[in-house]
Design a protein. Sequence first.
Length: 579
Amino acid sequence: MTSNDFFRSTITLFFLSILFVTLSCQNNKQQIIPLSAQGPDTLQVNTGNSDDLAKLEQHYLKNLLDTLPRKDWIGSSGYSNEIREEVKNFYKLRDYRTVWTTYAEGGDTQEDLLALLSKADEEGLMPSDYQVEKAKKWAKNLYEGENKNFTDILRHDIFLSTLALRYLSDLHYGKIRPEKIREDWEVIREKMTLATQMNKALREGDLDELVEANRPPFFAYEKMKEALAEYEEIKEKGGWPRITGVDLLEEGDSNQAVIRLKKRLTITGDYPGVEDDSLEAVAFTEELTEKVKEFQVRHGLEVDGLVGGSTLERLNEPVDVLISRIRLNLERLRWQPIFSNKKDFIIVNLPEYKLRYYSDNSKELEMNVVIGDREHTTPVIIDSLEYVTFSPTWAVPPSIAGKEFLPILRKNPGYLASRNFKLYASWDDKAEELDPYDIDWDDVEADNFPYFIEQQPGGGNSLGKVKFMMPNKRAIYLHDTPADHLFSQPQRSFSHGCIRLEKPAELAMKLLSKQDPSWDMRKINEYMNMPEPENVVLESKIPVYFLYLTAFVDESGTLNFREDVYGMDDIQQRYLSQR
């Protein structure tokens, strides 16, 4: 007998026992049946009508959902108000009929569900969060217990529904909300009616399709899942050797540390293999140098082929650390809306310091970027480019003016003119231009800077010669920069929050030539050197997605890791551990 056979039999016997004890022997006679031993509610039952058995189940289940105290909700913690409401909506859609403890169209659904939840680790989630073992134990007690309690059967059904909907919610929205980590992490996936989805899937008998509909539909997500499985397998086999006893390895070296290096790279597929006893095994060859460089590229390190410093540190990271990083970034992918259905869009991965522009799902442009430093972090947001400004001015924010400009002006008021800045009495459009030598800068407070400083167009402008505007409350946008030398550095967090572009002219041409073929590079350069700002509105807004992925796969499916530049991994891990 399967578990669903048992539950169906038990529910039927329960109903029959109630009818036998409570109802008279006369068929078609209406009687009053209590819905709850503790409650005043009653149900009018016609014993000659088989539908009355269903009515009993419906009303007992509804009563339990309505009266179950929040603190006793399924005897479990970690369920949000949203999940509780989804569970109630789910049973309302089913007309308050049980699903897991009776046969549904799809077959033995309870076993299917528990098998599905047991594989949550494949998604980077934890099966223990879905209390699979507790559910199995509860079912076993219901099988074997002498005092079979109808309320416990209903509670068990609600418990399983709660587990299922929590899993779907975690898969679709993520286990935690991104704004929990940082208030400026403004990424929310499309709202889904999970109860409706699950009801439909159960009627059609396809739980797998339900899961597929709620996991992120990204190539990167599937490849990251594969990488997680590979690294879990590496862990089961004992991980990889640490490279110790040396501070630096380079081409031409020959020692036992080189063997450990080759073994380490072989385990993660970065080296073709090594024979322990061969003379060649201890030699740091030209081939190994190239393989080290490939490893450095995958980890966003300086590509020099030398094994020391940051490279040695990354090589010695335990496999558990990388597994955790993959799991954290699978969660971040679950937060993302579906951008692959957009015709044109831009993705900026902050820890990678890269921008990519896609059109018709094909990458048309890639470039290095500079992001905000730790004090002025770039937010993780979704926005849209609306217009391009050529030959822009730079309105210095009051915070920067007070903190960075004021100390300079107290020593040298001529600094503004030397950098092509103008000073105005206020931010009002009609404010009077002032002479910085007429101001007693020692009397000006940094926290209450009253003046407006604006840098005029030109090659020395901090925004360069073009900026790409996506109006938002945080004043974040993309722009050119005169500090081109920073793009060659492996770590590029130097800005006040905005994104500095390595190839701004190319991006401008890609965007504008789609709406007007006359926007070639000659015209772009002409506009970038105009004496006054010129705005060009985009006919169609271009979605821009700022991501924060410290583990990701590139277009070839290769797993990459990056430094956690803003320290978000540890914060996210703490929140996940609390949930």
